[in-house]
Write a protein that binds this ligand. Structure first.
Ligand SMILES: Cc1ncc(COP(=O)(O)O)c(C=O)c1O
Length: 434
């Protein structure tokens, strides 16, 4: 198995075009990179503030705080809300392990709500099924760039004393009837991990339009530690590697080198720059938890925000052309209905759909697309412990468990040219879906 995979990686190395799920980021001049490198330090939080202000303006009238990862923003919020033992926090049963980890760290219990088959995100009915007298917080997730039923969920909670958090890790800038996701709930989290809509390699934001809550959070945020400098330098090196290799026609080489690097890290017990101690249910990380977002990443973020509109436009055009192609091939039944809902303005972070022979189709696609990185093949992904350790009961999210194996993810690039190329190559595979 291992050698077959190794052989596949070798084969991919020689491919001219291979499409991966790392979102890509802006081009940086050498001079700009040199000036960003100099910002690696412990005390230049003015850059965090500048980034927080600019990011907030992308979303709405609220304010933001920056963290080394979105999960840490959630954890900080839960602590500030006094969430702990005997409290229940509802989240989607199609999530990343770091989310239940953040909840479990507070002493509260994660309760998993089922997935909406049309948006792959949270649904009102799924959430209603999970509410109990102990429910203190609900996390409603927008998946793949598609807004979930957040307007209905907000309406339902109007007269209830339950705090609503939007998980916008996978969705930035998408709208329901012209209102941005992230502005419906009492607060929202955003992630800047390298597979997310804004790729800063890592980082996250907690956003809220509640002024009092923001002031309270800001006060305690000031006491939050920074990632140590030696570790920031490791993150920098990885960012530079990905910025150079995870693009256009050298992505296949980048993919191969990156697999090789993680293989050597494993056999020589070298710590990766990723914040991967939170993939289980442990409370112990070898970095501060929660931690601030390193300021140099905020500098990179300021550049990405400048390009956000252009990158989002490229993604929207890809979705439009993909839908057109699917319709022309008379297979539009495979599309989730949300793609055809004109109340929604979708900026896709991936294009997703489910088909019965998902695993066969992924096998066919694997020399074109890094299908091993398909999201939510299972209810909790990127985990190093069994599902039951996260207090997930098998069978509790039927849709999620049913959809998972059928899931197809198509990468969406910031670049129009790459998207056109992928669409052309995908045409050859569509007959398999008939
Ligand atoms: C749906 C979802 N929410 C939240 C997160 C957490 O983001 P971060 O890695 O920045 O903590 C992830 C991470 O992959 C995610 O997939």
């Amino acid at each position: 198995m291992f050698f077959l995979r190794l052989l596949r990686y070798f084969y991919i190395f020689f491919k001219r075009h291979f499409f991966i799920f790392v979102s890509g980021n802006s081009d940086f001049s050498k001079m700009k990179l040199n000036s960003i490198y100099k910002e690696i330090s412990l005390d230049n939080s003015y850059l965090n503030e500048e980034f927080e202000n600019k990011f907030s303006k992308l979303i709405g009238s609220g304010k933001s705080l920056t963290y080394a990862a979105a999960r840490m923003g959630l954890y900080h919020l839960l602590k500030e809300l006094g969430i702990g033992k005997n409290d229940e926090v509802i989240l989607l049963g199609s999530t990343c392990s770091v989310m239940p980890n953040a909840i479990i760290r507070t002493g509260a219990t994660p309760i998993y709500s089922d997935v909406d088959k049309e948006t792959f995100g949270s649904s009102l009915s799924g959430i209603k099924n999970c509410i109990s007298k102990n429910t203190k917080v609900i996390i409603a997730q927008h998946s793949y760039g598609i807004p979930c039923e957040i307007d209905k969920i907000k309406d339902f909670l109007k007269d209830k004393n339950i705090f609503l958090v939007e998980d916008c890790a996978l969705t930035v800038g998408s709208k329901i009837k012209n209102k941005n996701v992230g502005t419906f709930g009492d607060a929202a989290i955003f992630s800047f991990d390298h597979t997310k809509p804004i790729n800063l390699f890592m980082g996250g934001v907690l956003y809220t339009e509640n002024v009092q809550l923001f002031e309270k959070l800001k006060n305690s945020w000031k006491k939050i530690e920074n990632i140590p400098v030696y570790r920031q330098k490791k993150i920098w090196k990885e960012f530079i590697f990905e910025n150079k290799f995870f693009r256009n026609n050298i992505a296949a080489k980048g993919f191969f080198i990156s697999k090789l690097r993680s293989f050597f890290r494993k056999i020589f017990f070298i710590k990766s720059p990723f914040l991967d101690d939170d993939f289980g249910t442990s409370y112990i990380s070898d970095y501060p938890y929660p931690a601030r977002m390193p300021s140099f990443l905020c500098s990179i973020g300021l550049e990405e925000i400048k390009n956000f509109k252009e990158f989002s436009e490229a993604k929207k055009v890809f979705l439009k052309n993909f839908i057109k192609l699917i319709k022309e091939s008379s297979i539009e039944d495979i599309l989730p209905k949300s793609y055809l809902n004109d109340r929604l303005d979708i900026i896709p972070s991936r294009i997703c759909f489910q088909i019965n022979n998902g695993s066969d189709f992924r096998k066919r696609l694997r020399f074109l697309i890094d299908v091993d990185s398909t999201w939510f093949l299972e209810p909790i992904i990127v985990r190093n412990e069994p599902l039951k350790n996260f207090l997930y009961n098998a069978g509790s999210c039927k849709n999620s468990e049913e959809i998972g194996p059928k899931m197809i993810n198509i990468p969406v690039s910031n670049s129009k040219h790459i998207n056109e190329l992928l669409l052309k190559k995908l045409k050859k595979f569509l007959f398999l879906l008939n």
